[in-house]
Design a protein around this ligand. Structure first.
Ligand code: ADP
Ligand code: ADP
Length: 226
């Protein structure tokens, strides 16, 4: 678990208007923060700078007390769930979930134990030997989450994880993500353009517009404002 402190973060692609323009935001240890706003407002860019998939033009990114501006994604100890799940089609569900542990050279017995634990939480135990192509959309989403929780990361990052699911499944997975986050108590940053997700999932909501923070408030404060 860890805090994420962003101060005066700027991202400039080419010579246009900055995609992220002087964003300062502190996310507390264990907090669930939603990033919301219209398409093109800079949500994904901000998330990708937290993970390290995008360089920061200027400003400071501090995670768990360490400045990470120049750290590669693999040295940041974060778990990201992508919109398209980014599963490996040739690997079984077991090996997809185990992937971060294999990279970290965790011993087989420990891998077995931790994958089974994650699969238990996500109700994937009877699907461990299947390939992603033979799973439903919701099951694939769970595998992506299994890969995120199998290792003790400092924070979870979600980039519109439910946007490819139908409405019923989206509601169900929303409940699961909320439960999982509370159970693990892990710092979470969650990008969405879905109002329901924004209003029900987070401790706080950060509203972005044209790369600038418009407002940071609890869902209740947002709901009650005129
Ligand atoms: P959001 O996630 O809120 O839809 P993005 O972070 O994807 O917004 O994009 C913010 C702005 O940056 C947009 O104007 C987008 O066109 C621009 N942008 C995003 N990625 C790139 C890129 N790789 N190169 C140039 N411009 C980009
Ligand atoms: P977006 O939809 O926001 O553009 P992508 O899903 O394209 O993001 O993924 C961004 C990049 O991260 C891709 O180049 C992809 O290969 C890489 N990637 C995919 N899965 C993982 C993972 N589990 N961990 C780290 N990087 C990944």
């Amino acid at each position: 678990m860890a805090s994420i402190e962003m101060s005066h973060i700027v991202k400039q692609y080419g010579d246009g208007y900055p995609a992220v323009n002087d964003v300062s935001l502190d996310i507390a240890d264990g907090e669930f923060m939603i990033l919301v706003g219209p398409s093109g407002c800079g949500k994904s860019t901000l998330l990708r700078m937290i993970v390290g998939l995008e360089d920061i033009t200027s400003g400071d990114m501090v995670i768990a007390g360490n400045r990470v501006n120049d750290k590669a994604p693999r040295d940041r100890n974060l778990s990201m769930v992508f919109q398209n799940y980014a599963l490996y089609p040739h690997l079984s569900v077991f090996e997809n979930i185990a992937f971060p542990l294999r990279l970290a050279k965790v011993p087989d017995g420990e891998v077995q134990k931790r994958v089974e634990e994650a699969a238990g939480v996500l109700e994937l135990k009877e699907h461990l030997q299947r390939k992603p192509a033979n799973l439903s959309g919701g099951q694939r989403q769970r595998v992506a989450m299994g890969r995120a929780i199998v290792r003790a990361a400092d924070a979870f990052l979600f980039d519109e994880p439910l946007s490819n699911l139908d409405a019923k499944l989206r509601g169900q997975m929303r409940t699961e993500i909320a439960r999982l986050q509370r159970r693990l108590g892990i710092t979470t940053v969650y990008v969405t353009h879905d109002q329901t997700e924004a209003m029900t999932l987070g401790d706080r909501v950060c509203v972005l517009r044209k790369g600038v923070i418009q407002q940071v408030a609890s869902p209740r404060e947002l709901y009650e404002q005129p």
